[in-house]
Design a binder for this molecule. Structure first.
Ligand SMILES: *Cc1c(COP(=O)(O)O)cnc(C)c1O
Length: 362
């Protein structure tokens, strides 16, 4: 029986990658912001349609570092319907997460519930563009302006997405993108921060390199989070056919939609107005369906097909965070108990999708 994974990494051709890394054997410059690193930053600024990109060895350290760079204090409003990384990045910066509920419609932070959570300790909002569904960026900006808060988006799922023709990384003060092997676009492991204020660049460069300033002085309590040249080379290669990969994903999503749409008890993801999507995930919510989410997961696994309970549990229900932080999030809790992300990657065939859907609908 053919094994179908929830995701599969995209690679360039072997020859293309070998060609790209050849000059590293001459330069012997393997990391510390070399030529591949600079080249990829420029290419990504262009592709993501943003002013500033700063590369990191992974998305998590990119998020941790950008939160650090903005000198935040006290409380940060965020959601628990996300990957562990979002909440960890807040807590590891000595900040207190305050959990806001999400919307049933698109699983992003419910912007109408943010203001009630703002106190004199609040310094920032960290919303998540869940599954590539974008947050209400305009309303969040209005709230942030009114209360003088920073906004840092977890845009790990949102590579290449535009809203009203503008790169999604232009919203808020900064956004974090993940280039992990399992994401729409990968640099093996990797990530980036996009940001508005160009002055932040030097600080991010320092934070990812042990706090070292351009004069060699250690001026910040930094980390080591640099993207190496082999990662950057992979990124340069994978960027060449990213549009094609996204189109292949779109076709798969269309076929899933065709087969599942209108089934009572099955809620599929809705496309958003003015958004060019990247088709990164295929979440399905089983609500009063003839089978539970867990039964569907199990029946698929019996056929060697692996879907994922993503996101379950809520980060606020993790052993380390349980009962630690404020937040009443009934919608997030309900969605987490019913959602399954189905296999989605460019290498799935029409037949694979038919098989998956027939098991679900059986
Ligand atoms: C993947 C992911 C991250 C972390 O990115 P890495 O590159 O794996 O460190 C953070 N947030 C969300 C929502 C993610 O999906």
């Amino acid at each position: 029986m053919k094994k179908i994974q929830v995701t599969e990494s995209t690679l360039p051709t072997y020859e293309d990658y070998i060609e790209e890394i050849k000059d590293l054997w001459n330069s012997k410059w393997l990391t510390n912001m070399g030529s591949k690193h600079s080249s990829l930053e420029v290419k990504l600024e262009e592709y993501l349609n943003v002013k500033n990109v700063n590369l990191f060895t992974n998305g998590h350290l990119a998020l941790e570092s950008v939160l650090d760079s903005l000198d935040l204090q006290g409380e940060v409003i965020t959601t628990p319907f996300t990957f562990s990384s979002t909440t960890h990045a807040i807590v590891r910066n000595g900040l207190t997460p305050v959990f806001c509920d999400i919307k049933e419609s698109d699983y992003t932070i419910d912007e109408t519930k943010i203001e009630a959570l703002i106190t004199d300790k609040t310094s920032a909002i960290v919303p998540v563009h869940v599954y590539g569904n974008i947050c209400n960026v305009e309303e969040i900006e209005r709230i942030a302006d009114r209360y003088n808060l920073k906004v840092i988006y977890d845009a790990a799922h949102a590579f290449g997405i535009t809203f009203k023709g503008i790169g999604i990384g232009n919203y808020g003060d900064a956004s974090m993108f993940s280039f992990h092997a399992t994401k729409v676009y990968n640099t093996i492991e990797g990530g980036a921060v996009t940001f508005q204020d160009s002055m932040l660049n030097e600080k991010l460069n320092s934070l990812k390199n042990f706090g070292m300033g351009s004069d060699g002085e250690i001026e910040l309590v930094g980390s080591n989070a640099k993207m190496n040249e082999f990662q950057a080379a992979m990124g340069i290669c994978n960027l060449k056919d990213i549009e094609l990969r996204i189109e292949e994903r779109e076709k798969i999503v269309e076929q899933y939609n065709k087969l599942l749409e209108g089934t009572p008890g099955i809620k599929i993801n809705q496309s958003q107005d003015h958004v060019k999507n990247n088709y990164s995930y295929y979440p399905v919510v089983f609500d009063q369906y003839k089978k539970t989410r867990d039964e569907v997961l199990e029946e698929l696994a019996e056929e060697n097909i692996y879907a994922r309970k993503y996101f379950y549990p809520l980060t606020s229900d993790f052993k380390v965070y349980r009962n630690e932080y404020k937040g009443h999030t009934p919608i997030a809790r309900s969605i987490a108990s019913k959602v399954l992300t189905l296999p989605l990657h460019p290498f799935l065939t029409q037949e694979d999708i038919n098989t998956i859907c027939s098991i679900i609908l059986k």
